[in-house]
Design a protein around this ligand. Structure first.
Ligand SMILES: [Zn+2]
Length: 437
């Protein structure tokens, strides 16, 4: 495994001209919500200039090129095509080993989650396999995942730990994630997810007999007193993610970890209400989380009671599809309540969806969101959910030159074309990072 800290960033000069739809999704200083969730700010015959990796001009082609038509600058002619901000994937768990396709087959055949877990399936199976894998194996799997995720149009990717669940194993996962920056041109945002599930054993096989509630309390304290300070001391994470879910971590335990995280200067994300109504949404907002993710079972009354907030609701349609949940997150109610909504894949050991573009095509009918609303959910709102809005999520002057070129005249086509090879090019900081041609 390479020990290089980061890949040398290729920083380019680039002009993009004659886009049928240059889709800006302008950043007005706040995440999109309510009626602005679905505003794309399209310029026809649009152009954009990137210098030293940063966007310096956006407008119609005649205006931009009057100033930036310089000899020797690479140019993409986007005639008949759509240009979008590089997609921002804000929820993935890519560091794991082992396979779980057989569990999905069993569940499709009628087995319950509890039956699959009783046979050794579920997240714990991935924890066992991941602990047993050497660093190089995990690094190689990450590299493959990154290549596929990039080919789905992503330029900024959030990556979580969470299949280690001991001090040493979580530190190891975060170190491998840090080292893996060298294997992709995507910008990575690394999240420590110690409170993913409660491990079956805290230190040894001997404590299996401990009461589940006692084990959750002891593990919460371990994260609080040992894991989190060690991770922060080593500068290995940008966020802490905490699960609030009945049977895993209670709102009180989550609030304890969130308070500690804020005290130590680490912003918080939350896995909430994925399996049952667990007061996860309320707890995330109360704990000043930057995002709350899943929200499949958040009751309508709780969404209304909590009301407008800056906490971004990150919704995961493919997870609901593959987990065969009997409810979907109420995206429309979140939007109506002035909550910014983002969309992500939930790439993990049990969901190998890597294309955020295809996920958007699923999200629109699944949540009855408009194509424009889901596109904002994978660009500007996802950037806000990562605190990365200063550098990505929209095509605004001053942001990094991250964009994608799609072989269709209007961005709404994304939702009509699941699985179609629409993606022509991915540009990161003004350099072409992926090309279909
Ligand atoms: Zn997740």
């Amino acid at each position: 495994m390479s020990d290089a800290r980061s890949r040398p960033q290729l920083v380019g000069d680039l002009n993009v001209v004659h886009a049928a739809s240059l889709t800006r999704i302008c950043d007005h200083g706040t995440a999109r919500r309510g009626t602005t969730q679905g505003v794309l700010d399209i310029i026809s015959d649009g152009a954009l200039a990137i210098r030293n990796g940063v966007i310096v001009a956006v407008g119609n082609t005649t205006t931009v090129m009057a100033q930036y038509d310089e000899p020797g600058v690479a140019t993409i002619d986007a005639t008949g095509r759509t240009v979008l901000p590089g997609l921002v994937e804000c929820h993935s768990h890519p560091i794991f080993d082992g396979e779980r396709h057989d569990e999905y087959a069993e569940r499709l055949g009628g087995a319950s989650l509890a039956e699959v877990a009783a046979k050794g399936g579920g997240i714990w199976r991935s924890v066992v396999a991941t602990r047993a894998a050497d660093d190089q194996t995990l690094f190689d799997r990450l590299t493959i995942a990154y290549t596929r995720i990039l080919a789905g149009g992503v330029t900024t990717l959030e990556v979580k730990s969470g299949y280690g669940l001991t001090v040493d194993e979580e530190l190891r996962a975060l170190r491998i994630l840090e080292a893996s920056r060298v294997s992709t041109p995507m910008q990575l945002a690394i999240t420590f997810l110690g409170a993913h599930v409660v491990p079956r054993y805290l230190q040894s096989v001997g404590d299996l007999a401990a009461d589940a509630d006692e084990r959750a309390t002891a593990y919460t304290d371990l994260i609080d007193t040992t894991m989190l300070p060690a991770i922060i001391a080593q500068g290995l994470s940008e966020f802490q993610d905490v699960t609030v879910e009945e049977g895993l971590f209670t709102p009180a335990q989550a609030l304890q970890l969130m308070a500690r995280s804020h005290q130590l200067g680490l912003p918080v994300r939350v896995h909430a209400d994925a399996w049952k109504p667990s007061q996860g949404w309320r707890t995330a907002v109360q704990g000043r989380a930057i995002s709350a993710e899943h929200l499949t079972y958040t009751p309508d009354e709780e969404i209304v009671e909590v009301g407008a907030t800056d906490t971004v609701a990150v919704l995961l349609p493919i997870a609901e599809l593959i987990y065969m949940t009997d409810r979907r997150a109420n995206a429309r109610l979140f939007v109506d309540q002035q909550v910014p909504v983002a969309i992500a894949t939930d790439y993990c050991s049990s969901i190998h969806a890597t294309s955020l573009l295809n996920t958007l095509a699923t999200a629109a009918p699944w949540f009855r969101m408009t194509p424009a609303e889901v596109i904002v959910g994978a660009t500007l709102n996802a950037a806000y959910s990562l605190g990365r809005q200063a550098t990505c999520g929209s095509l605004d002057v001053g942001k990094r030159g991250d964009l994608i070129v799609l072989d269709c005249p209007h961005p709404e086509e994304i939702c009509l074309a699941p699985g179609a090879p629409l993606l022509d090019q991915v540009v990161i900081a003004g350099s072409v990072a992926f090309s279909q041609r």
